[in-house]
Design a binder for this molecule. Sequence first.
Ligand code: 5GP
Length: 179
Amino acid sequence: MSIVKIKDLTFKTFIPEAEIQQRVKAVAEKINRDLDGKNPLLLAVLNGSFIFAADLIRHITIPCEISFVKLASYQGTTSTGEIKEVIGLNEDLAGRTVVIVEDIIDTGLTMKRMIESLGTRNPASIHICSLLVKPDKLQVPLNIEYVAMEIPNDFIVGYGLDYDQQGRQLRDIYTVIDP
Ligand code: 5GP
């Protein structure tokens, strides 16, 4: 087990690189089986999913395309007080099979918002692919078809995920140790 310190928090190895790679390959193989002939458009949500998306697409053997979007948060007047807007999307989604590629689904509110936003652009279908899911924290029903790993509620970093913008380059996934 290795320990890393990022700013005020200490983390320990949680999912080693080799296991991540195995799980990512298995997700890609399921996409290969399910979406053959559909030329899916992977929409990877920056920043957290950049490493996952890069590894995932290299195991996808069917014709596919990839593009990257960001979510801009701003304060609004909804009940949650926060509205997230999808930015940077230049592709025409009409009639496309879209696979949203996320790093982690926690409450699921971000993903719900993405689906609502992309749904207005008339895609043929929208599928969810997430590296990690915290099932105990989910607040909204989501059909998560492609998930590499389910994890407990602890805060994690590495493999693209950050703590205050640090730690994204860690090859393994780390979980926080109680101070
Ligand atoms: P949700 O809307 O599902 O609650 O939040 C999803 C977003 O929260 C993720 O895209 C990610 O940015 C952030 N997030 C949730 N849990 C974690 C975690 O354990 N570690 C990191 N680094 N980010 C997380």
